[in-house]
Design a protein around this ligand. Structure first.
Ligand code: NAD
Length: 508
């Protein structure tokens, strides 16, 4: 156990100050405790939504949908444009609140808000590009086309580690698509949710839209389950663990609802013999240790060629030794706290299992006491593994990087894909054949496949999501909007004849 210096003012008072600067009136106290992982102390308490509250929120969103769906999309975008402006105005306040509540360092917390602004801008442009196709009809005097219509109420379940960005990816797109939203944030991060909700409501009021298009409900899994099972929720977009997705997916399917699942990852980098080790080291350190290993896209496995594994291990350990672990409000700190004691225990358990499997701890793994015993800071760990054992195949939501070796590139790809998750992946190489092979159909099986760049920190312009146990959903850019709309195929006969498709004759 090592000790670091600390700076903590009064986080509870600061949280209230930040919330009020973003127009939040503090809700009545209750059983839901908002804590800061920086010290482990309570910031405030809130009342969790009751079953009746959730039913009422879904009802209000369903009512608001009836008119919202008929507002032209470019006009709907006015709300999202204003939200983007308000986020820009409050970037520092919301960022600081995300630091207080989720423990992110300032740069990453502000990056999260920037991502929200980016997706608002994307959605505003998208509002004029909800294109349907026109297809060639096989019948004379006929037109065949498709139109995209709003879907209904979108339920958003979000995870603690991106307390507001994930909500904005869903909400900005859902709103321009003509849907209304009911958001259930992580019970660990209710305060940033209050801020996001207040800013969106303000944006709606200021542009003359119905503020009921957005509803916020607060609480744990039981509150989320009301959204899961309610037939009025046309799409449930759920971001979180595979465990959560396993419960939620089948329940939504059982009522024939739509589900967009963004679940856990077990992201890897193949480092080939020709890799630029300096660039690779920088990319790996950010991807593996950034956000204290608590991103869905965190790099958890390095599969390095036998020729470079030793040199890479040395470079990574040197870089890891220079990482400052500490209070995320302090300048120069790069690794903040784990979200709670459970995360710390699961990290220690995983490390013990890895060592029992023959792993060698190259560096890190130990607890760092920053603000007493109620908060959990760790030095990011690197473990060299003799094989991809069960613990390596699991996602442990903490900064552990497993290093595996390969000799033949086919074996590297096989190892890479032999995990249940399929979110993000990368190859470091100067060999074009290896790069292209990694991106090809028989290469990486992930939803995100990169070359010479880390696994985390995706841009919002691309579709975000992954395969296998990651859930198959896609959010954010490209044509992800299609998940938030329903498609109608239209055939229009402008002739005086009635020819049937496939040349069928049917005349009595
Ligand atoms: P979690 O699964 O514990 O919770 C996520 C959300 O689901 C929370 O709002 C929670 O209250 C709710 N929930 C949990 N069980 C539920 C149930 N049975 N019914 C309804 N709602 C339920 O996840 P977490 O610990 O907050 O976040 C970490 C996990 O999220 C990691 O596995 C990480 O990889 C994943 N994640 C994935 C993405 C992605 O885009 N793929 C993004 C961020 C986080």
């Amino acid at each position: 156990m090592t000790r670091a210096t600390s700076v903590a003012g009064d986080p509870a008072a600061r949280a209230v100050e930040l919330l009020s600067s973003m127009g939040v009136t503090m809700p009545a106290p209750g059983s839901l405790v908002a804590r800061t992982p920086i010290t482990g102390a309570a910031l405030t308490t809130l009342t969790a939504s009751s079953g009746a509250d959730v039913d009422a929120a879904i009802g209000k969103a369903a009512n608001a949908f009836r008119d919202w769906r008929t507002v032209p999309a470019p006009q709907r975008a006015a709300v999202v444009r204003r939200l983007g402006e308000l986020l820009r105005e409050h970037l520092h306040e919301l960022g600081e609140l995300a630091t207080l509540e989720a423990g992110k360092i300032g740069a990453e917390a502000r990056g999260e808000v920037q991502e929200m602004i980016d997706v608002c801008e994307f959605a505003v442009g998208l509002s004029r590009q909800l294109y349907g196709r026109t297809m060639a009809s096989e019948r004379p005097g006929h037109r065949l086309m498709e139109t995209w219509h709003p879907l209904g109420v979108v339920g958003v379940l979000s995870a603690f580690n991106f307390p507001v960005a994930v909500w904005s990816w869903n909400t900005a797109i859902a709103l321009v698509c003509g849907d209304t939203v009911v958001w259930k944030p992580s019970e660990t991060t209710p305060l940033t949710a209050l801020a996001g909700h207040a800013l969106l409501r303000r944006a709606a009021v200021e542009v003359g839209a119905d503020p009921e298009i957005h509803q916020l409900v607060q609480g744990a899994a039981d509150v989320g389950e009301r959204l899961v099972d309610d037939e009025r929720v046309a799409l449930l977009s759920a971001t979180g663990s595979v465990r959560m997705g396993r419960t939620v997916g089948p329940r939504v399917a059982a009522r024939f609802g739509r589900c967009l699942l963004e679940l856990g990852g077990n992201n890897a980098a193949i480092v080939t013999a020709s890799a630029d080790l300096e660039l690779t080291t920088r990319a790996v350190v950010f991807a593996a240790a950034g956000t204290a290993g608590q991103r869905c896209t965190t790099l958890r496995r390095v599969i390095a060629h036998t020729d470079v594994v030793a040199a890479l291990g040395d470079r990574l350990c040197d870089a890891y030794h220079q990482l400052r672990v500490g209070d995320p409000l302090e300048d120069g700190v790069l690794v903040g706290p784990l979200i709670n004691g459970r995360a710390y225990t699961s990290m220690q358990d995983a490390l013990a299992r890895a060592l029992a499997d023959g792993g060698e701890l190259l560096c890190g793994g130990e607890r760092v006491i920053v603000h007493g015993e109620e908060s959990y800071y760790v030095r990011p760990a690197i473990v060299r593994m003799p094989a991809q054992t069960e613990v390596v195949r699991e996602e442990t939501f903490a900064p552990i990087l497993y290093v595996l070796t390969y000799y033949d590139f086919d074996d590297a790809i096989a190892l890479h894909n032999q995990v249940p998750q399929g979110l993000s992946s990368t190859v470091f190489t100067r060999d074009q054949r290896e790069a292209e092979r990694f991106l090809a159909a028989d290469g990486s099986d992930c939803g995100i496949a990169n070359v010479n760049i880390g696994t985390s920190g995706a841009e919002i312009g691309g579709a975000f999501g992954g395969e296998k146990q990651t859930g198959g959903g896609r959010e954010s850019g490209s044509d992800s909007w299609k998940a938030y709309m329903r498609r109608a195929t239209n055939t229009i006969n402008y002739s005086t004849e009635l020819p049937l498709a496939q040349g069928i004759e049917f005349s009595p």
